[in-house]
Design a protein around this ligand. Structure first.
Ligand SMILES: *Cc1c(COP(=O)(O)O)cnc(C)c1O
Length: 344
């Protein structure tokens, strides 16, 4: 199977498995796991923040951030198709008790003026604006990079109104690789950030949240409340450390493969690449074919290629560490075969 469903399906490398086996461990709830401590130290340094916290997943990291920044009854501003709004099972309502106010972006990029207009004033009728969330890269916008200049403008607005900014940077390293800049060029324009180590970077488990020392101390307590205080977790921090320190450079290969995939498909009538393919995600609109997205994904599967539906006529294909150029060529020819038989 050529699995293009997600970059989350990447398996840990040989080196990661060895590192897990050999990891020095201790009880992390006592702060005594040396591998976790090293990972958190390194992550804070790379992300340009005072402190960092190892969490079990991107969702847990985002939720801890919302819980730490906000109080029940707050309103949070976030992009209309952002992961926190769209894909986290309503957790911000269920856990933090905040209400969401969505801002329609363009390719995942929100207009700072729209954000400023949505920040609430003092009137007693209003909820307090507790947090602004930016997603970078933006998943539902097809892995689109939110420019650091846009983040800077939003952060300036936020600071003027004393509202904190959290970045859902599940794939922020992809943004840095695509823009060919340091991740700090992005993270300097936010208070807190969440990074997934288990996507294109290949770790089996884990995310990082980073921010001020004070924020991370409070976040640690929320992690404990959520049952995320783990014991000899160096076993999974060791492969995560390899993901963080050794796998960033190779993300650009995924981007080259995604662009190759997109460019190869442009020649086929009946389907359209609808995203800008900034990073490792290709979104196809197949409305020119005599089938819907579910049927298209089924037809792919029969031929040994996996993708996911992304809307009634949209299909998402994601490149990652465990697929190479040959696999992509095979996927292109499979899609070519399906298109031929199904054009209107
Ligand atoms: C994958 C993803 C998450 C959540 O990460 P999990 O580890 O799957 O919980 C959050 N935000 C974005 C943008 C993502 O793509």
């Amino acid at each position: 199977m050529i699995d293009l469903r997600s970059d989350t399906i990447t398996k840990p490398t040989e080196e990661m498995r060895k590192a897990a086996y050999e990891a020095q461990v201790g009880d992390d709830v006592y702060g005594e796991d040396p591998t976790v401590n090293l990972l958190e130290e390194k992550a804070a340094e790379i992300l340009g923040k005072e402190a960092a916290l190892f969490v079990t997943s991107g969702t847990q990291g985002n939720q801890i951030a919302v819980l730490t920044h906000c109080r029940p009854g707050n309103e949070i501003l976030l992009e209309a198709e952002s992961h926190i709004f769209y894909y986290e099972s309503g957790a911000v309502a269920a856990l933090a008790g905040v209400q969401t106010r969505t801002i329609q972006g363009v390719n995942g990029v929100m207009n700072p003026l729209h954000i400023e207009a949505a920040i609430r004033g003092e009137d007693q009728h209003f909820p307090e604006t507790g947090l602004i969330c930016i997603e970078n890269t933006h998943n539902r916008a097809g892995g689109a990079v939110v420019p650091s200049s846009n983040m800077k403008e939003i952060y300036e607005v936020a600071q003027r109104y004393s509202v904190p900014v959290h970045v859902d940077g599940a794939r922020l390293f992809n943004a840095a690789a695509s823009a060919d800049c340091s991740i700090k060029d992005f993270t300097q324009h936010c208070d807190t950030v969440q990074i997934c180590l288990s996507k294109g970077l290949g770790a089996p488990v884990g995310s990082i949240i980073a921010g001020s020392e004070e924020f991370i101390n409070k976040a640690r307590k929320w992690r404990k409340r959520l049952g995320g205080g783990l014991r000899q977790v160096g076993i999974i921090a060791a492969p995560a450390l390899i993901a963080l320190t050794k796998m960033r450079e190779r993300l650009v290969e995924d981007h080259v493969n995604a662009r190759f995939l997109a460019e190869s498909l442009i020649n086929y009538g009946g389907l359209e690449v609808v995203n800008s393919v900034d990073t490792n995600i290709v979104v196809l609109d197949i409305s020119g074919l005599k089938m819907n997205a579910t049927e298209f994904v089924e037809a792919l599967k029969v031929e040994g290629v996996l993708g996911v539906t992304f809307g009634p006529t949209l299909v998402r294909l994601t490149t990652h560490y465990d697929v190479n150029r040959k696999d992509i060529e095979k996927a292109v020819s499979v899609i070519g075969g399906i298109v031929k038989g199904k054009r209107h």
